[in-house]
Design a protein around this ligand. Structure first.
Ligand SMILES: [Zn+2]
Length: 397
């Protein structure tokens, strides 16, 4: 029966007809809850929102409907190889390039099925091809934004960094990713100079690109805020003064629980590779309560918090676990956590006019879950419906 509905729906869309979706509980992505509402979908967009009445082609009553979720920080190309070990494709990989590409496509498929209709990959060059394949409808995945590469203290002097950013722009990057500090596994200290950070974010702004900054320590994050960077990732050791400065300057904050849990849950698949040492794992375990604490402080300072997972191998398709950690450990209300992954994330990506909210004129990106995530945040695990750009990718669990 569901199959028949999908066929009828697809037929209606191909004739350009409006399709009505009935909902009983709807979160608009901006913090509002609407009851017994019909959504009218036409040409891939939401063209009307009105009280439920008459016939509806798609009945989502009994579920909770939201804007398709947005993850502002993933690594689409990280996967586990046939031996169950971390790989990112490229040199030294046991997998063939073809296997690496298929693994990345599978990651993005899983992410879409998990309710995420937009992701930002920070990032690898393969992302450009994945982005094109998804945009053309050839493969199923979320809308994909990418940095293509990352820059750090070894990229060069400020002039070389500016040149690097211009090359990324010319290559089709949507965003610039930089490492202002070391990994948490290496202590998270500041690694780029303020001049290097200013060159990276300043040139990104000049090129019309956003810039997102890996920063654990306050000095690295402060330099990024002063350089006009768009968002701070992780921020494990941020002090109150830095959070207050971020709030005043409108810099987005993306603290991540899932990445640390995912590493700890899949330890044997990472241990022994690069800085995935016993000491590194101990540092990540110690970081978890700090992430919880810094998120709570960020909320008191009214920093704009976005949802990002830093989703690496093992996390793709489980991105929604971040909502659960943020509520259960980070003290977020379910509504705040969900809004982080909707309108706030969309705003941070410069896409608030298209995605991240259920409103007339917006892209028809929807996710529905069984149950009420406002009373039980684990409902985000029970995805029952996914639509992207008016096309159904998932209907049923
Ligand atoms: Zn990352």
């Amino acid at each position: 029966m569901k199959r028949l509905w999908i066929l009828m729906f697809a037929a209606a869309l191909s004739f350009g007809q409006a399709v009505v979706i009935r909902t009983s509980a709807l979160l608009d992505g901006k913090g509002h809850v609407l009851k017994n509402t019909d959504l009218v979908i036409e040409g891939g967009r939401i063209t009307a929102i009105r009280d439920a009445k008459g016939k509806a082609a798609i009945d989502l009553t009994g579920t909770t409907v939201m804007p398709g979720w947005i993850d502002t920080h993933i690594h689409a190309t990280w996967y586990f190889n046939a031996d169950g070990r971390l790989e990112q494709g490229g040199r030294g990989a046991k997998s063939t390039p073809q296997q690496a590409a298929l693994a990345a496509a599978a990651n993005l498929y899983a992410t879409l099925m998990g309710g995420f209709t937009t992701v930002q990959s920070l990032g690898a060059e393969l992302d450009a091809d994945l982005r094109a394949q998804i945009a053309s409808g050839a493969i199923a995945g979320p809308r994909l934004l990418t940095s293509l590469r990352q820059l750090d203290e070894n990229t060069g002097d400020p002039a070389q960094i500016r040149q690097f950013v211009r090359r990324m722009k010319a290559g089709g990057a949507d965003v610039v990713k930089l490492f202002a500090t070391a990994s948490i596994r290496d202590g998270g200290r500041m690694t780029m100079t303020p001049e290097q950070i200013t060159a990276a974010c300043g040139e990104a702004t000049a090129q019309g690109l956003r810039s997102v900054v890996h920063a654990h320590s306050s000095d690295g994050a402060r330099a990024a805020v002063m350089a006009g960077c768009t968002a701070i990732e992780h921020g494990t050791f941020l002090d109150d003064a830095t959070l207050e400065l971020m709030a005043r300057r409108g810099v987005y904050f993306d603290p991540n629980f899932l990445v640390l849990h995912n590493y700890l849950d899949n330890k044997s698949k990472f241990l022994g590779i690069g800085n995935y040492t016993e000491e590194g794992f101990a540092a990540m375990e110690k970081g978890l309560p700090l992430v919880a604490e810094v998120l709570k402080r960020a909320r008191t300072h009214r920093v704009k918090v976005v949802l990002g997972t830093d989703g690496v191998a093992g996390a793709h398709g489980r991105n929604a676990e971040e909502f659960i950690y943020r509520v259960k450990d980070g003290g977020d209300t379910p509504l705040d956590a969900l809004t982080s992954g909707a309108s706030v994330a969309a705003e941070s990506l410069g896409m608030a006019d298209r995605i991240g909210a259920i409103a007339e004129g917006m892209q028809a990106d929807l996710v529905a879950v069984e149950g009420d995530p406002l009373t039980d945040i684990t409902a985000v695990r029970r995805v029952a419906f996914v639509m992207k750009g008016g096309k159904i990718y998932r209907y049923g669990r």
